[in-house]
Design a protein around this ligand. Structure first.
Ligand SMILES: CC(C)(COP(=O)(O)OP(=O)(O)OC[C@H]1O[C@@H](n2cnc3c(N)ncnc32)[C@H](O)[C@@H]1OP(=O)(O)O)[C@@H](O)C(=O)NCCC(=O)NCCS
Length: 258
């Protein structure tokens, strides 16, 4: 069994294995046939193979494509497993587990891996736990309630994570955890670019080392509740009137920690 970077000519076989794998979720809690966006689309899979922010691998057994693995490349220190699947005839043979082991070797400097999966999916929750992922919280921005997992490869504090006192102006890809001490707003503002009405709220996020203002927009606002602990991933920081302000990037995540 091996993994290799996917090529455009693999898109057909990858789409077919992906469609069959995710459609079989209907036996493990899914409301019906279906999968994540583009899972059965040749065009979507071809585009992702050629997308420079995503890394798409094919999983081979006896030289046949039996599955795929898509990683959102977040740099050297942490990575996101966006999607992994094994086609049904090859499931439960340890291939998914071996694929993760090969990927962890390939990304040897990443000490933090994260992923989300629907709460209803009895198979994926069991699979991720079996390979050492630990639930850290829940996400609320999808139509399904997501269980959010991380796997720390080493014992130390992950290199990509920050304590609040270490956060600097213009820092990108911030991963930080803290308690929601206060939420001000939401209030309405007009977008300077489009004139649209936007909602904005200011959150005070605190950890043992300090506090920072977290600015939330529109559908991010209901994801955060007072007096809970949250993690922000893909945060970015700007200074405004001498105050550091963190926002959640387009690909960012807000996780309510358990
Ligand atoms: C999740 C998935 C990738 C697992 O791949 P796999 O190669 O079948 O997994 P493995 O054989 O390595 O299983 C390892 C362990 O996971 C758990 N597991 C896997 N399938 C399971 C199932 N159907 N029920 C319960 N536990 C399961 C078991 O603990 C298993 O160990 P065991 O077989 O010794 O009991 C595969 O089921 C799949 O493609 N599912 C559909 C697509 C999907 O939901 N992908 C993930 C979201 S992006």
């Amino acid at each position: 069994m091996e993994i290799q970077p996917a090529k455009t000519e693999d898109a057909g076989a990858l789409t077919e294995t992906c469609r069959r794998a995710f459609d079989s979720d209907s036996e493990f809690g899914a409301p019906g046939l279906g999968g994540p966006p583009g899972y059965d689309s040749l065009e979507w899979n071809s585009n992702v193979i050629n997308n420079r922010y995503l890394q798409y691998y094919k999983i081979l057994a006896d030289r046949e494509i039996v599955g795929g693995f898509i990683i959102a490349d977040r740099g050297l220190d942490y990575q996101v497993c966006e999607r992994v699947w094994i086609e049904p005839d090859n499931m439960r043979r340890g291939i998914g587990t071996r694929a993760f082991n090969l990927i962890w070797n390939l990304y040897s400097s990443a000490d933090l891996w994260v992923l989300g999966t629907p709460e209803w999916n009895t198979r994926t929750n069991s699979f991720y736990q079996s390979i050492g992922f630990v639930q850290i919280g829940k996400t609320h921005d999808y139509s399904w309630d997501g269980i959010y997992y991380e796997k720390r490869i080493t014992d130390g504090f992950p290199k990509a994570m920050s304590m609040i006192e270490d956060i600097r102006d213009r820092q990108q890809r911030v991963i930080v955890e803290g308690r929601v001490e206060r939420i001000e707003g939401p209030r309405s503002v007009k977008s300077r670019k489009t004139g649209d009405d936007l909602k904005v709220a200011d959150v005070t996020l605190t950890d043992d080392t300090g506090s920072i203002k977290l600015v939330l927009w529109n559908n991010q606002i209901p994801q955060v509740k007072n007096d809970t602990r949250i993690r922000i991933e893909e945060g970015y920081v700007k200074s405004y009137r001498d105050e550091l302000q963190m926002s959640v990037g387009k690909w960012g995540m807000i996780i309510t920690l358990i």
